[in-house]
Design a binder for this molecule. Structure first.
Ligand SMILES: Nc1ncnc2c1ncn2[C@@H]1O[C@H](COP(=O)(O)OP(=O)(O)O)[C@@H](O)[C@H]1O
Ligand SMILES: [Mg+2]
Length: 299
């Protein structure tokens, strides 16, 4: 191939990248505009205006998340995820259960590129996530962990953090709305994070994640360190966001009761493989011996 032809191809690739970046900016700006419009309500406006409504009624061509033949090996050569495939529809809540060490956290972390999946294995709205910027993937796929990690400062400082990275300054009203959406009283906004209970800190972490206007929430045992009341607060917030905003949720839990309360679909991951997918009402009739053991041990 001639040098001139290569140069033409390079130029073409560069122009394509530029157009892609411009389109990405437009999408971000559009999201923010929807935001601004929605923020212009009166002071008593419901928190239902918090996030743009995600239309789950229209049957789109692509699932919200599609995982196709995902494998992961550790540096030592252990096969951590084995040919995992999973389809999550927009607005669905998917619960992942399974024994410790079965790869649940690894799977969740792959979806927002905390662990980098191979190209062509994870798609959001049909787009390969490895072809998008890490920042945009993490904004679209917000994640909560078992133990919340907050930055020093006030609750509001934490909530403002994500948008500030994108050059956006949140209004006091919006911070209050985000706290309400995470089932936290707005009066917390200017309190120091020092002295918060774990349950309150987890709700601040949820508000901080919501500030990035995610389309997908990834929750890795988000309530396993919390008391039952704090657990209820988090569960109610997640359900409310799912039902009113169409947020897609993938969560890991060791509690079958929680799975029954939240999930539309349950996946059992064992030894790096999805061995059974069923609805919560089918759990009692599960076929796989591990699911049956799991249920028996949870009674
Ligand atoms: N960064 C890593 N390097 C090597 N092994 C890892 C790494 N992260 C996880 N693993 C291993 O992968 C397996 C699955 O881990 P994980 O996804 O945390 O399981 P689970 O969340 O189901 O308990 C475990 O055997 C764990 O030791
Ligand atoms: Mg884990």
């Amino acid at each position: 191939m001639s040098a001139a032809r290569l140069e033409d191809q390079d130029r073409c690739m560069w122009v394509r990248s530029l157009i892609f970046c411009m389109l990405a900016r437009v999408v971000l700006v559009e999201t923010d505009l929807v935001h601004c419009v929605m923020d212009k309500g009166d002071e008593n406006e419901s928190i239902d205006y918090l996030l743009p409504i995600q239309d789950t009624s229209v049957k789109v061509q692509h699932p919200k998340i599609s995982i196709e033949g995902l494998d992961r090996f550790s540096d030592e050569g252990d096969h951590i995820l084995k040919n995992v495939s999973l389809r999550v529809e927009a607005g669905q809540i998917v619960g992942i259960i399974g024994p410790s060490g079965s790869g649940k956290s690894t799977l969740l972390r792959a979806i927002n590129r905390l662990w980098e999946p191979p190209a062509g294995t994870i798609f959001v709205d049909g787009e390969d996530i490895t072809k998008q910027s890490v920042v945009s993937v993490r904004r679209r796929c917000g994640m909560l962990f078992q133990t919340p990690t907050l930055f020093e400062g006030t609750v509001a400082d934490n909530v403002k953090y994500g948008p500030s990275l994108a050059g956006e300054k949140l209004t006091d009203k919006r911070i209050e709305d985000l706290l309400k959406a995470a089932d936290l009283d707005p009066s917390f906004a200017y309190k120091s994070v020092i002295g918060l209970s774990v349950g309150q800190a987890q709700r601040v972490a949820l508000a901080r994640t919501l500030a990035n206007v995610p389309e997908i929430l990834l929750l890795d045992e988000p309530t396993s360190a919390l008391d039952p009341i704090s657990t209820k607060h988090i569960e109610e917030s997640v359900l409310h966001l799912n039902r009113t905003r169409g947020l897609t949720v993938v969560f890991v839990s060791h509690s079958l009761d929680q799975v029954r309360r939240l999930a539309d679909v349950v996946c059992l991951l064992a030894n790096g493989q999805i061995v059974e997918v069923l609805t919560p009402s089918e759990l009692d009739n599960a076929q796989h011996p591990l699911v049956r053991d799991y249920i028996a041990a949870s009674m």
